[in-house]
Design a protein around this ligand. Structure first.
Ligand code: NAX
Length: 333
């Protein structure tokens, strides 16, 4: 077993925003083997802007001090072409986080330039089968920009993190019904990673029961949906800074499921994926869908029946994504 372990070549993994809060949790879990498995050595290629280079070096020092058996090497750079060179996976975390009172539109333009440059660099130097998850907000539109600037990479290799919204939905149901999180299946969050998102429990099950028969429809409408959709703001209010460890945990979940797949077909996940036109959602947008991780790909769960109420909520969030796309139109080739 161990001789086999040692014979695997390291794979290269890029993480941007390496000196930031999310990365401080994320990097340790990648290095511990929680994404690519306990046999797979990794080389971490960390991207940071100039003014955070020293802090990123401190992160590198601590990673090395952790003496992870699977950590083959750590590199820190300011150059996206170096960071993305030959990578199998990229966690695009680095961005300007939203601060109190900042409008979403300001956030969009501040971050759009970063993601167009990084998309172009991925296109130049990353492996063609690279798996990219965009965590930095506005994640869905940043994924769209990165993908549009990487014309030689299949857009299905780009995703936006919506797993945190998914996990928050599961967690709220678990607390409400006093059941373990593992009892729940067929949950999804449609739309944008923003307050317009639609956590949807219409198909959800808890064991052999339908969740919609266990909870009141009014509770879903008045409590569950707004609580999940505004959880990010609530965390900032209560913790004093934005979700970091839970966002890292969701990023780990997302990439691990994408790489290894999820066997149970009832165990849907939420990923912000390239829309193929399913459910009338415009092709080419990056949208939270009910998905399954199958054979190394995200597949959109097909043939769900949508009520007019579901359709209206999904449409509202998709309309917001279209408006965001409009604001960055000059960066989409
Ligand atoms: P931090 O401000 O702690 O860290 C961000 C880091 O990115 C900083 O060290 C900064 O120097 C670096 N950075 C900025 N521009 C860069 C560039 N061009 N290249 C490389 N690095 C760059 O933020 P953190 O709390 O780690 O959050 C990172 C991003 O995740 C934010 O955009 C945040 O809004 C977003 N989030 C997304 C979530 C999701 O579910 N999709 C949830 C959590 C989080 O809010």
């Amino acid at each position: 077993m161990s001789s086999h372990t040692q014979s695997l070549d390291p794979i290269k993994i890029a993480v941007t925003g390496a000196a930031g809060n999310i990365s401080y949790s994320l990097l340790w879990r990648i290095a511990a083997g929680e994404v690519f498995g306990p046999q797979q050595p990794v080389q971490l290629q960390l991207l940071e802007i100039e003014k955070a280079q020293q802090a990123a070096r401190g992160v590198e020092m601590e990673l090395l001090d952790s003496a992870f058996p699977l950590l083959a090497n750590v590199q820190v750079t300011t150059d996206p072409r170096e960071a993305f060179d030959d990578v199998s996976a990229a966690f695009l975390v680095g961005a300007q986080p939203r601060t109190k009172g900042m409008e979403r539109a300001d956030l969009l333009t501040a971050n759009a330039a970063i993601f167009s440059e990084q998309g172009a660099a991925l296109n130049e130097v990353a492996r063609r089968d690279v798996r990219v998850v965009v965590v930095g907000n506005p994640a869905n539109t940043n994924a769209l920009i990165a993908s549009a600037n990487a014309p030689d990479i299949d857009p299905r290799q780009f995703t936006a993190l919506m797993r945190l919204d998914h996990n928050r939905t599961v967690s709220q149901l678990s607390s409400k019904l006093q059941l373990p999180v593992t009892d729940f299946a067929q949950i999804a969050v449609w739309g944008n990673h923003s307050a317009s998102q639609f956590p949807d429990i219409s198909y959800a099950t808890a064991g052999d029961k339908k969740v919609s028969e266990l909870v009141d429809a009014q509770w879903v409408e008045d409590y569950l949906i707004p609580t999940v959709a505004k959880r990010g703001a609530e965390i900032i209010e209560v913790r004093g800074s934005s979700s970091a460890a839970s966002a890292a945990a969701a990023s780990i979940d997302h990439m691990r499921d994408w790489v290894h797949g999820v066997e149970d077909a009832q165990q849907w996940r939420t990923a912000g994926v390239y829309s193929d036109g399913s459910y009338g959602i415009e092709e080419g947008l990056f949208v939270g869908f009910p998905t399954r991780a199958v054979a190394g790909r995200w597949e959109i769960v097909p043939d769900l029946e949508l009520s007019p109420a579901q359709q209206a909520r999904i449409q509202a969030s998709v309309d917001e994504l279209k408006a965001e796309r409009e604001m960055v139109a000059d960066l989409l080739k």
